[in-house]
Design a protein around this ligand. Structure first.
Ligand SMILES: C[S@@+](CC[C@H](N)C(=O)[O-])C[C@H]1O[C@@H](n2cnc3c(N)ncnc32)[C@H](O)[C@@H]1O
Length: 306
């Protein structure tokens, strides 16, 4: 039976609300919801089952979940997840046995060229790792021009896997616009938060974090850029995940840079959504004392057509 579109939307709203409960506070939830809408819309005008590709699929929480939900609209067996971490990929294959999992580096042009073309290509929380991989021990931080170039190149190759008129979905961290070196004053809400910040500043590898102490031990002055780096990592401080999180910068492009990268690949942006997923958690650890400065958007969701 064919239901009218608005009834289907209501069904899917309910489905995802239940299915994505464990991902309630994760940004990738927004990427899944957006990709699901795209897949449903696309399936109406496409006369073949849709092929999905996720680069940096990890354990498959994004592509696997979408294929489970839309198995009738997608060519599950010819949809592909690529990741270079064998352990993550093994879990992906275990949880989603019908899709194809390929272990490899998605920045390798030969690997991507071997995959063929897809209706939807997804990069969810993946490109910031390409940027972070450009850490230079000589510089003692990420080689920014090299990192940005690596991201652009990886994105261009990803778009190369999109069939003509196909789509790309990107979700990742977002850098602060404008003069991000401008200083702001912040106050930690507890001694613990202050200690965690000290740990962050000492151990965060991608960039050197600088700040100025004040007579009030809970108040410090730092650049907006370093503040953004801190709050986007604050939820991991003191947790096991900090071991890997301390090596990665979520911030690599501002909104203008993302838009320019899409323009360069002639990918027409149909959705551009800056998101602040964790503001509530941040407010529990720190407050901004500088008037007129708000918590930044931390993530970006972009959907574009080739
Ligand atoms: C933060 S995880 C996100 C996983 C998944 N997209 C999700 O949102 O659930 C990023 C993943 O990208 C993978 N990755 C990063 N750079 C990669 C590369 N150059 N080639 C293959 N995989 C890569 C990592 O191994 C990791 O599993």
């Amino acid at each position: 039976m064919n239901f009218p579109m608005h009834n289907q939307d209501t069904f899917w709203d309910f489905y995802w609300e239940t299915r994505l409960l464990p991902m309630q506070n994760l940004g990738k939830r927004a990427a899944i919801l957006s990709a699901s809408r795209l897949i449903r819309r696309l399936a109406q005008n496409t006369h073949h089952p849709l092929r999905l590709l996720e680069l940096g699929c990890g354990e498959g929480q994004v592509i696997g979940t979408l294929l489970d939900a839309h198995s009738q609209l997608c060519d599950v067996a010819r949809s592909v997840g690529v990741d270079y971490k064998p352990a993550s990929l093994a879990n992906c294959q275990r949880d989603y046995p019908r899709m194809r999992c390929i272990q490899g580096d998605f920045t390798d042009p030969a690997l991507l060229a071997s995959l063929g073309q897809f209706d939807v290509v997804m990069l969810v929380n993946a490109l910031h790792e390409v940027f972070s991989d450009c850490y230079s021990s000589a510089l003692g931080e990420i080689d920014v021009p090299m990192g940005k170039q690596a991201v652009k190149q990886a994105f261009a190759q990803a778009v190369g896997c999109v069939r003509p008129r196909g789509w790309v979905v990107l979700f990742d961290g977002l850098d602060v616009p404008g003069d991000s070196n401008q200083s702001i004053t912040i106050r930690f809400r507890s001694e613990q938060a202050r200690r965690d910040f000290k740990l962050f500043a000492a151990q965060y590898q991608p960039f050197r974090i600088t700040y100025q102490s004040t007579p009030n031990p809970l108040v410090v002055i730092l650049s907006q850029r370093d503040f953004t780096r801190y709050i986007t990592k604050s939820i991991f401080l003191g947790k096991q995940l900090w071991q890997s999180e301390q090596l990665e910068s979520y911030q690599y492009f501002t909104e203008d840079e993302f838009r320019a990268m899409f323009d360069e690949q002639q990918a027409g942006i149909s959705e551009y959504r800056p998101l602040t997923v964790n503001a509530e958690k941040w407010q529990r650890v720190v407050e901004i004392l500088t008037p007129g400065v708000a918590f930044p958007h931390e993530h970006i969701l972009m959907v574009a057509q080739k």
